[in-house]
Design a protein around this ligand. Structure first.
Ligand SMILES: [Zn+2]
Length: 144
């Protein structure tokens, strides 16, 4: 998986920085509504007036990075998988679990440290480590 190649970065992790680390080009565009990984061109188009920054931009870009990683590893492509792989990239296991040990499951405190992640992203990542999560995350374990 990606982090074994690039090392585990420290939070807060920017999806734009992740794209650099993963060597996946991001092309800003005004023409496209949101974000899209183009497998044939090997790049991510990122555009849209709503993506001015903040967690929404990072979440959208992380999702597309998830598509790119699934493509790189020839894994099955679907929207839920892309989101979960993107989430594992934005909130890598080691640093995130260290933060949870320090701050607890307090979304405000975690959000202050992981400033590029929405509360929903943090909640989903927390759920990943619940023993009851079971099948939902099982097939993504190699990604984080
Ligand atoms: Zn998608």
């Amino acid at each position: 998986m990606a982090y074994r190649d690039i090392g585990e970065p420290e939070p807060p992790i920017s999806a734009l920085a992740l794209a650099d680390w993963l060597r996946i080009p991001v092309q800003r565009t005004h023409r496209r509504a949101l974000a899209r990984f183009d497998a044939a061109e090997g790049l991510i188009y990122l555009g849209g007036a709503s993506l001015r920054g903040g967690p929404r931009l990072h979440e959208a870009l992380a999702h597309e990075l998830g598509h790119a990683i699934l493509h790189r590893y020839e894994a099955e492509q679907d929207e839920a998988s892309a989101s979960l792989v993107g989430l594992a990239l934005m909130l890598p296991r080691g640093p995130f679990l260290r933060d949870v040990a320090e701050l607890g499951r307090d979304l405000r405190a975690l959000g202050a440290r992981h400033v590029h992640c929405s509360p929903r992203m943090l909640e989903t990542r927390l759920a990943w480590f619940d023993e009851q999560a079971g099948e939902r995350f099982y097939r993504f374990r190699r990604f984080g």
